[in-house]
Design a protein around this ligand. Structure first.
Ligand code: GLC
Length: 591
């Protein structure tokens, strides 16, 4: 009979094993704090000249670097490709990989051989590269409520990004859009902060993995800090985008800060301050936001990257704006064209004492910490693209995950008379401008900054093509005429692609050709299924009564078969609205 002491000993040993087991697992899953790389960084910083330090803080756009040798001449820390800044040889996987290598080779010619970080907006796949798998935009990922799937999508995106050598994506967007008339609503997971908090962190984990030095990991960037989705209608030239968020600090924290809290906890390496303002002060100029809250209170140890030319918006005087933003806490500046002027101006500000060297050293320490964590400072590691990774680029396995994401993102708004699921044996008449349009299916930030209609990339499946794979007898007309005799009509309508600055609207009515297409199919006297591609809730009342079924498909990306999985009953739709649709009544428009 074991004595009590013996049982206590066993219990103690067991709990110890359980604790260390748990700790080992979680310790392995949460990345090392970036400040743990300071012992490796400090000696490098100590060797650096002012030119080398300021170079690390400078990020031009590749399309404005006339001579790649500038990467070495100016000791550049980073290069980006903005939304439409593609290789001059075109958008192929090869062209992108060659562009990355061309730039990286230059950095290795510098005295300290500090590699560049190359940044792109891979916000729903490696979306500017032909043949990449394009996932649903965040509004659709939000409707899945599936954090594990968001993480997996980000992981696959990271792998396809690394296939081009590129190591940094300006994602995830963790905005919490409060007015869906904003043209960037679809870049957000939801208007509910808690969902953004959960899915934003999942995306960071997917991009960065548990170890930033993993060759399949990419550096993530939570954006746009903070309150970009809370601007007041009319406070911006276009209505909302880059406007003014007029709320108290408690509301800003409760609604708009949540994605940053969880992203920092997940170890996000970079954060991008927003173009927008908070109560009239530009986020990129706010010491309260950038230093006091983000770095001091929340303990963010990575670095801040400004938005594209955001410094220019602070004051008419470029040099003055640089000083304000760097002193507020900006660490690296996305200065797409004026990088030589930026470098000269910042050097002057330091020499005049307007920007203390301590601020420069803090910024460069933060940048080098991230590079150290990513293995970029390891002299024994090649920093050029690993083209072996291209084997899985655009692969069937990757597409299968994107197809799952599409399935789970669809929200069934109406299914009167159980017209869904469709029968494979039935004659299906397909209509609508977006039925056979991959560009409309993917939305903005795809191949081009604003996206574009048409057959924009390879490897994808339009909804019409997907329906043709499921039903033997399929008719089609974009305008919906000729549907007579079919068993059912499927009308694919919605928004044409747009991105930032171009998507704000006063109201969200459907295009006349969309309403006409629905009416033409209805006039054939057959049941009507509407599939809506949109970056936000739209005003559906002109067609709501005419449709027997309505599926909100958001901006699903390349894998159209994820939609037919639902339409033909292979998958029961369970997506839930990530934005309050009924809230539109508050703006005088609604279903
Ligand atoms: C853009 C966007 C930002 C993007 C950056 C680089 O203006 O606001 O989301 O990451 O510039 O393209």
């Amino acid at each position: 009979m074991m004595h009590l002491r013996g049982w206590l000993l066993v219990a103690g040993v067991l709990s110890g094993i359980l604790f260390f087991g748990w700790h080992a697992t979680h310790a392995a899953s949460s990345p090392k704090p970036l400040s743990s790389f300071d012992p490796q960084v400090k000696p490098i910083l100590a060797q650096m000249t002012l030119d080398e330090k300021i170079g690390q803080m400078t990020q031009p756009d590749q399309e404005n670097i006339a001579d790649p040798a500038d990467v070495a001449t100016y000791y550049l820390g980073s290069v980006l490709s903005g939304g439409s800044s593609d290789p001059k040889e075109g958008n192929s996987l090869e062209a992108w990989t060659n562009l990355y290598d061309r730039m990286q080779k230059q950095s290795l010619k510098t005295r300290l051989k500090i590699p560049i970080l190359y940044g792109v907006d891979a916000v729903h796949g490696h979306n500017n590269v032909l043949g990449a798998v394009i996932f649903p935009h965040n509004i659709g990922m939000g409707a899945t409520r599936n954090a594990a799937l968001v993480e997996k999508a980000a992981r696959i995106t990271a792998e396809e990004i690394r296939a081009t050598g590129i190591q940094w994506t300006f994602a995830p967007g963790v905005m919490v859009p409060q007015d869906v008339r904003w043209g960037r609503t679809y870049e957000g997971f939801s208007d509910h902060p808690e969902l953004v908090r959960e899915l934003g962190a999942a995306a960071v984990r997917g991009f960065q993995g548990s170890d930033l030095s993993n060759p399949l990991s990419v550096l993530a960037c939570a954006k746009h800090y903070v309150g970009d989705g809370g601007t007041t209608f009319g406070s911006a030239k276009t209505g909302l985008d880059q406007g003014d968020t007029r709320v108290g600090e408690a509301t800003l924290r409760r609604i708009h800060m949540q994605g940053y809290l969880s992203a920092i906890k997940a170890g996000v390496g970079t954060i991008m301050p927003s173009y927008s303002s908070w109560n009239g002060v530009k986020c990129s100029a706010s010491k309260r936001l950038l230093t006091e809250i983000l770095k001091q209170e929340l303990g963010f140890q990575g670095f801040l990257i400004s938005d594209y030319d955001a410094i220019d918006q602070i004051t008419p005087n470029f040099k003055e704006g640089i000083g304000i933003s760097i002193n507020a806490g900006m660490d690296m500046v996305m200065v797409p064209r004026k990088y030589k002027q930026f470098i000269a101006n910042l050097k002057g500000l330091v020499q005049e004492g307007a920007v203390p060297m301590s601020r420069i050293d803090d910024a460069v320490t933060r940048i080098l910490r991230v590079k150290a964590a990513m293995g970029l400072l390891d002299p024994n590691r090649s920093q050029l693209a690993d083209r072996n990774l291209q084997r899985t680029f655009g692969s069937a396995e990757h597409r299968a995950v994107a197809r799952q994401a599409v399935r789970e993102s669809l929200v069934l708004l109406k299914n009167q008379g159980k017209v869904l699921p469709l029968k494979r044996s039935a004659r299906v008449f397909v209509a609508g401008k977006s039925a056979d349009d991959l560009g409309n299916q993917c939305g903005g930030w795809t191949i081009d900054w604003q996206g574009k209609s048409g057959n924009i990339t390879s490897g994808g499946t339009t909804l019409l093509a997907a329906i043709r794979k499921n039903a033997a007898n399929v008719g089609f007309s974009a305008d919906g005429k000729g549907a007579e005799g079919a068993a059912v009509g499927v009308v694919v309508i919605g928004e044409k692609p747009y991105a930032e600055m171009m998507g704000d609207r006063k109201e969200l009515s459907l295009a006349p050709e969309d309403i006409a297409a629905v009416e033409n199919v209805k006039a054939a006297g057959i049941p009507v299924v509407v599939v809506l591609y949109s970056g936000r809730p739209m005003t559906l009342n002109p067609i709501f009564g005419k449709a027997d079924a309505i599926v909100a498909a958001w901006l699903p990306g390349t894998e159209g078969e994820g939609i037919t999985d639902v339409l033909f009953g292979a998958y029961k739709p369970k997506g839930r609205l990530s934005y309050n649709w009924e809230k539109q009544f508050a703006f005088g428009f609604g279903m």
